[in-house]
Design a protein around this ligand. Structure first.
Ligand code: ATP
Length: 378
């Protein structure tokens, strides 16, 4: 691909990051990220504001310079060598958080900026541009200038601009954030379908959990400049590695638990103890179990173990906050038909078939068989 290619044949991993660090004037924004992204994968980065998501994604096409570690994009190491930077940018599309449209150009001309090079035939260029505007439902807006478009429409032009040249790799930073809920859901399904059809690799930052679940093959949960967990949405939801990941992705309560013969017991019930959890160096009183609202059930009972404190109506279901007799609170999911008034005495218990996850010191004791995170070749 370039004179500085490190691999003759492209490896399966289109992105290889090893111990990547980035500082802003002494502030350590990215703290040792090691990760591998397979060709054709959609990886979603989620995490709280300021956790380093945008900074990390911007290091992948060198909009930010990483100070330590190694980034290899499609066999090209990102160094200060401008030939490498140009080579990477040539086949990496980017949808930035700020749309960065040229104000003096129409929507079509903005899209054309990205398809101008690399394609000799004007007719093919025109088709790609029209298709890209059609994909984002803006066929009738080609002649408008950015100031004549709403924020959401500008965002869609930015998306069309990135998609039009059919890049192998596309980086997206909150690409649907300015769209209303209906259009957002529809567009992200369409964008995912087209990118999958093209076999493009996608790394996308979002705040939106529903978006992460809908788009991701794998999700990276970022916290304070580090990737706290990388896995499929199901892995992260069902088997969070840390308390942070559990609480950030979904709702979770943590209750003290203790080993009770062959069981792990908490105030909402017990589950069989697994020898795979044995942690001889630690004492049992540090144990906790994670319970998500759907793991718990409840029924009115005078001799119960708690009292309904609050009900939140969420459409298909009610989310109850229950004050347990220990003083702790848990959230319990119930059908929309299950109405309990605050003050109702209830028994809260583990729903059959649901296994609460044991934790020690904020770390899960259970390891789900992990997705292979080591590259096939490097
Ligand atoms: N150009 C900059 N100069 C100095 N500090 C910066 C700069 N850009 C980002 N930061 C800081 O680096 C940290 C990570 O910022 P970044 O934008 O990567 O976070 P983020 O997770 O994308 O946040 P958000 O979800 O709010 O967009 C933040 O504390 C931010 O204030």
């Amino acid at each position: 691909m370039t004179p500085t290619d490190v691999n003759a044949a492209p490896p399966d991993d289109i992105i290889i990051c090893r111990d990547v660090h980035k500082w802003y004037d002494g502030f350590h924004a990215v703290r040792g990220v090691t990760t591998y992204v397979k060709r054709g994968e959609v990886v979603i980065i989620i995490g709280p504001s300021g956790s380093g998501k945008s900074t990390f994604i911007r290091t992948i096409n060198r909009l930010e310079r990483h100070e330590r570690g190694q980034i290899i994009v499609d066999g090209i190491p990102l160094t200060d060598d401008v030939r490498n930077i140009d080579a990477v940018r040539r086949h990496v599309g980017m949808v930035a958080q700020s749309f960065n449209l040229f104000p003096h150009m129409s929507a079509l001309s903005n899209v054309a900026q990205n398809v101008a090079f690399g394609l000799e035939k004007g007719r093919q260029r025109g088709r790609l541009m029209a298709e890209a505007l059609q994909l984002v439902n803006l066929e009738g807006y080609a002649a408008r200038y950015p100031h004549q478009l709403s924020g959401g429409q500008q965002q869609r032009v930015a998306l069309a601009r990135a998609l039009a040249p059919a890049p192998d790799l596309i980086l997206m930073d909150e690409p649907f954030s300015s769209l209303d809920a209906g259009l957002r859901g529809q567009l992200r399904a369409e964008v995912r379908a087209i990118l999958k059809e093209r076999g493009a690799t996608v790394i996308c930052v979002t705040h939106d959990q529903e978006e992460a679940m809908q788009l991701a093959d794998r999700m990276a949960v970022m916290n304070e400049g580090r990737i706290e967990q990388l896995g499929s949405p199901e892995q992260v939801f069902n088997y969070p590695d840390t308390r942070f990941a559990a609480e950030f992705f979904g709702t979770a309560d943590f209750l003290p638990a203790w080993r009770d013969g062959a069981y792990l017991t908490s105030e909402v019930g017990r589950i069989p103890w697994s020898e795979a959890w044995a942690t001889p160096s630690r004492t049992d009183d540090e144990l906790q179990v994670m319970v998500r609202p759907d793991c718990l059930d409840m029924e009115p009972e005078e001799e119960g173990n708690g009292v309904v404190v609050q009900r939140e109506f969420l459409g298909a279901f009610n989310l109850y906050s229950v004050g347990l007799d220990s003083g702790r609170r848990v959230q319990v999911m119930q059908s929309h038909l299950a109405r309990f008034d605050p003050g109702t005495r209830v028994r809260t218990f583990l729903r059959e078939g649901h296994q609460p996850l044991p934790f020690i010191d904020g770390q899960a004791l259970v390891d789900e068989p992990a997705y292979a995170t080591e590259p096939d070749s490097s």
